[in-house]
Design a protein around this ligand. Structure first.
Ligand SMILES: NC(=O)c1ccc[n+]([C@@H]2O[C@H](COP(=O)([O-])OP(=O)(O)OC[C@H]3O[C@@H](n4cnc5c(N)ncnc54)[C@H](OP(=O)(O)O)[C@@H]3O)[C@@H](O)[C@H]2O)c1
Length: 300
């Protein structure tokens, strides 16, 4: 398969690249997958013309994995048009091109499409109710994709993504822990983190799976994160525990968190569907966090 991966410089894009470069099962002669990674330099998702130009000047792809997104939750409130273009209109355009070229599409979405008011782990058929600009644009992207591609696409909703790359909660907490003696972290926002390397692994498992390879399958949404149920406060404490950083973590409520943007309170997702359909195993959040931090340590 010729596989186009967008967002090559982002957390998930980089995690997929790393896996593709190291997994001999993916790169051996039997499976002739050809991965092409693009960032905004090659295809700028903020420009309809640029997207058309990219596809017009490249051979047809068998699969697009869309890891690119506008992910600045706070800034999206001021840049709603740009966030909508990247998270909604560009996804719509990718879906339309995929449809025309009979290309599969795997698109990444978020637990933040939900309002966070349910106390039960969220299943794929629960009704979304986005509560800020970023969340609304991500849901609009999902809906546009489903309308244009009733078959041959997959949407994976992930939550609290972190990795060895870029700015994310783990890197931010580690940096703050080295600079300060005390930190306040939200303790009443509940969910489960997603280690980007685990999600990358799952995506590569999915594309090898017969269920995905058979053409004409109805488009589906799947929930994916690591296992466990925690707050950001517990996440921060575990990061300090692993790294043996002496920094006091004070629990605060979401209301006390100094951000003008509303965030959903409880977005823990039920992952039974993805486990059942693709027969995957999901690691517990603590073991994945340990893996990530071991890699971070080696990089220092
Ligand atoms: N981060 C989270 O906590 C989280 C949680 C749940 C779901 N998700 C979803 O998971 C997916 C992957 O997230 P991530 O954390 O890997 O995101 P990320 O690290 O922020 O990476 C997003 C990538 O999108 C690219 N991008 C942004 N604007 C673009 C444009 N105009 N044209 C082309 N590329 C553009 C960025 O390019 P540059 O590097 O050039 O800026 C970046 O490489 C996204 O769909 C996100 O919504 C993320």
């Amino acid at each position: 398969m010729r596989i186009l991966v967008t967002g090559k410089n982002g957390q998930l894009g980089r995690s997929i690249q790393k896996l593709v470069n190291t997994d001999s099962k993916i790169n051996n002669n039997q499976s002739s997958n050809d991965f092409i990674f693009v960032g905004r330099e090659e295809m700028d998702l903020s420009s309809e013309g640029n997207i058309n130009h990219y596809f017009g000047n490249n051979d047809k792809f068998d699969l697009i994995i869309n890891c690119a997104a506008y992910t600045q939750v706070d800034r999206a409130e001021q840049e709603s048009e740009l966030a909508n273009q990247i998270n909604h209109l560009a996804v719509k355009q990718l879906a339309s091109i995929a449809n025309e070229q009979q290309t599969r599409l795997i698109h990444i979405s978020t637990d933040y499409v939900f309002d966070g008011e349910s106390d039960k782990p969220l299943i794929e058929t629960d009704i979304p109710n986005p509560i800020n600009v970023y969340c609304r644009t991500k849901l609009s992207g999902e809906k546009a994709l489903q309308t244009l591609m009733p078959t041959n696409a997959i949407i994976i909703r992930a939550s609290w993504l972190y990795s060895e790359y870029g700015n994310n909660f783990v890197n931010t907490i580690l940096k703050l822990g080295k600079e300060r003696d005390e930190l306040s972290v939200v303790s009443d926002q509940i969910g489960s983190p997603t280690y980007a390397a685990d999600l990358a692994d799952v995506i590569l498992e999915i594309i090898k799976h017969k269920k995905f390879r058979d053409a004409g399958q109805t488009t589906q949404i799947y929930h994916y994160s690591n296992e466990g149920k925690i707050s950001w406060y517990e996440f921060a404490r575990e990061i300090f525990k692993i790294k043996k950083i002496e920094c006091l973590v004070n629990p605060i409520s979401l209301k006390q968190y100094p951000s003008p943007t509303k965030r959903p309170r409880n977005t823990l997702m039920n992952k039974d569907k993805i486990v059942r359909v693709f027969n995957i195993k999901i690691s517990n959040w603590k073991s994945s966090l340990n893996t990530c931090m071991t890699i971070l340590k080696k990089q220092q």
